[in-house]
Write a protein that binds this ligand. Structure first.
Ligand code: OSB
Ligand code: MG
Length: 368
């Protein structure tokens, strides 16, 4: 397809409750949306970078800079643009997977809309709906946490993930298990907050029959996770460390993880996310769909990916109202604990012009 240009739109989306993790608190999402405008169709990509480089090195203003200054000019050199070509073109620029993923997804969405094919079908998805879990932030008190978990369970969420950090780990997990019972699917996410010296401490979480422990150690400490795995019964799941399909293959070969969280933004797009899925499937490693507090545009694409066959655990693909009072697309809702996979072409959803207009803080048009 020929693309006339790309629109970079910033939107400010207040969160219904602040989201606290071991790396910081978010009160609102400062989202970058990329719209690819082609001669046959338009497509959307949501950049999952947050306002500051706390989860990984990327942040929203940095993504805007790298897209304007490097990624779009490189696309401008091509005679025709598609998602595969964009991936190849972006490869010579190091890092910035979230920025690359946003542009690549906008292009892929436009291509698939032009071809009349849903993203789920393109990726090889096999399920009409995906089971929904919810990621529960660090709270000020245990009673507050129990109230939050209780309302998510009432809403139908099938799995609870508790964010943990030193000082907020054993007690909240014990309290949630005691209150809600052993049958509940429960897991924890440390977002790199521990070191190997905490191995004995973390092993005390084995008593609570967790599905998994997500990313206890730093992003580049893959060998540390392999060592830690020898001290734990709880399976280790990697998030931050899995930056590519190759990184996934290495982590698996080292015994650093038994489960992988897949986030397209973290690995540079849906094409690479699909490869991570395939590498894991070939090695008998289960995967699940992570989230980065996406709006309906990013969520739609995540849900399509989560419908692939090796996504055998519930994801962080929650309903729109877990995050936002008003989403910018038709809201994703829980139906029997599941989100329905969109069936329209491309990502299968469109922004609502009024809702989008209300939260937009700037729009920039960049001709190709
Ligand atoms: O580590 O999975 C994570 C949110 C922002 C950054 C990192 C993470 C998260 C979440 C929330 O856990 C996932 C979601 O509900 O979208
Ligand atoms: Mg995580």
């Amino acid at each position: 397809m020929k693309f006339t240009g790309f629109e970079l739109r910033r939107v400010a989306m207040p969160l219904v409750t602040p989201f606290r993790t071991s790396f910081g608190v978010e009160h609102a999402r400062d989202v970058l949306l990329v719209k690819a405008v082609g001669d046959q169709a338009e497509g959307w990509g949501e950049c999952v970078a947050s306002y500051a480089p706390l989860y990984s090195s990327e942040y929203t203003d940095g993504a805007v800079e790298v897209i304007r200054r490097y990624l779009l000019p490189a696309l401008g050199q091509l005679s025709t643009v598609d998602a595969t070509g964009a991936e190849r073109t972006f490869a010579r620029f190091k890092g910035h997977p979230m920025a690359k993923a946003a542009v690549q997804t906008a292009i892929l969405d436009a291509e698939l809309r032009a071809a009349g094919m849903p993203l789920s079908a393109y990726l090889g998805a096999t399920k009409p709906a995906v089971p929904a879990g919810v990621s529960v932030g660090i709270m000020d008190s245990i009673p507050q946490l129990l109230d939050a978990v209780s309302s998510y369970l009432d809403g139908g969420y099938l799995r609870i993930k508790l964010k943990i950090e030193p000082g907020w780990d054993l007690a909240p997990v014990r309290a949630v298990r005691e209150r809600f019972g052993d049958a509940m699917l429960l897991q924890v996410d440390a977002n790199t907050a521990y070191t190997l010296a905490d191995a004995r401490h973390l092993a005390q979480l084995d008593a609570f029959d967790l599905l998994l422990m997500e990313q206890p150690l730093p992003e580049d400490d893959v060998r540390g996770h392999a060592e830690l795995a020898r001290h734990l019964r709880t399976p280790i799941c990697l998030d931050e460390s899995i930056t590519s399909a190759r990184a996934a293959a290495d982590a698996i070969a080292l015994g650093a993880c038994a489960i992988v969280n897949i986030k397209p933004g973290r690995v540079g797009g849906y094409l690479e996310a699909r490869r991570v899925h395939d590498v894991c499937a070939a090695n008998g490693i289960a995967v699940w769909a992570g989230g980065m507090l996406e709006t309906g545009l990013g969520r739609a694409a995540n849900v399509a990916l989560a419908a692939l066959p090796n996504f055998t655990l519930p994801g962080d693909t929650s309903a729109s109202d877990r995050y936002f009072a008003r989403d910018i697309t038709r809201p994703f809702v829980l139906e029997d604990g599941h989100l329905r996979v969109p069936t329209g072409p491309g990502i299968g959803v469109d922004p609502d012009p009024d809702a989008l207009g209300e939260v937009t803080t700037s729009v920039d048009w960049l001709p190709l």
